[in-house]
Design a binder for this molecule. Structure first.
Ligand SMILES: C[S@@+](CC[C@H](N)C(=O)[O-])C[C@H]1O[C@@H](n2cnc3c(N)ncnc32)[C@H](O)[C@@H]1O
Length: 252
């Protein structure tokens, strides 16, 4: 099923949780000169326009990025650099945030299955990453492990079908079996059915969890978002506390 479009949710509170933590974590992982591999199973288009009809329709960005006064931080740098290139209403997706923080020695692989999102991603991230039009779980497992072996894999599916929660756990277990040192960051929505709990239980791997709540007028049942980190590097707790500090006007 490919009906989900991230444009409706770009810059909303859940995106802030994921994107600020991603920028902090990548900064932590790139502190040493040795290169890293960054991968995404579900990349989206990489660049969004907050003046779009989609953004206006849900109003999520108005309750997210529009509400915060960004302090100096890696996420703010990524937003600034995307706005310098694409204008004041541009908002970076996770691939563009990563691209703003990658160095010559780092490598990026992005998976996106939706034809239009894939096409836009290829244009938006041209020259920055290897971009694959294939299923994200299958694609990452097929090419893993890559060099450099030090890595971060972002798992950010749309959870359109309930099976996706257990697919995430199964994928993560298979990936870590092939690539024991891979750091995996999983984003998940927290809904009334609480399927994320089955996913976390099925991981059966040590992991750190960070869950935050927020207000959304048209919330479609989602008022909280979660991040699970497998093979969390030293300093990950500080990544999550810094994320809450940066978005304190929105996340609690
Ligand atoms: C939540 S969005 C990604 C948002 C992005 N990570 C960000 O933070 O900017 C999920 C994306 O996964 C894509 N997608 C859906 N099924 C997929 C699959 N099996 N493999 C790869 N991508 C898929 C959708 O088209 C959508 O663009």
């Amino acid at each position: 099923m490919l009906s989900y479009q991230h444009a409706y949710h770009a810059g909303g509170p859940a995106d802030l949780h994921k994107h600020i933590a991603l920028a902090e974590l990548l900064t932590l992982l790139t502190r040493k000169p040795r290169g890293i591999t960054y991968m995404e199973t579900h990349a989206g288009r990489g660049l969004y326009d907050l003046a779009s009809d989609e953004t206006a329709k849900t109003g999520e960005a108005a309750e997210g990025i529009a509400k915060i006064d960004l302090p100096d931080c890696p996420f703010a740098d990524a937003v600034k650099s995307i706005r310098a290139m694409h204008g004041e209403t541009a908002y970076p997706g996770s691939p563009a945030i990563a691209a703003a923080l990658m160095r010559e020695s780092d490598r990026m692989h992005l998976m996106e299955l939706h034809p239009a999102e894939f096409k836009a991603l290829r244009i938006n991230l041209e020259g920055e990453a290897s971009i694959h039009r294939r299923d994200g779980f299958e694609g990452v497992l097929a090419i893993a492990p890559t060099k450099p072996r030090k890595s971060l894999i972002l798992v950010d599916p749309s959870y359109e079908v309930k099976d996706e929660y257990l697919q995430v756990a199964d994928f993560t277990r298979k990936l870590v079996a092939k690539w024991p040192e891979a750091t995996v960051m999983i984003w998940y929505p927290i809904l009334e059915a609480a399927r994320h709990k089955e996913m976390l239980a099925a991981l059966r791997l040590p992991h750190l969890v960070d869950e935050v709540s927020f207000d959304l007028k048209d919330n479609k049942g989602m008022t909280s978002s979660g991040l699970a980190l497998v093979n969390a590097p030293y300093g990950s707790e500080a990544v999550f506390s810094r994320t809450r500090e940066i978005a304190a006007q929105v996340l609690r």
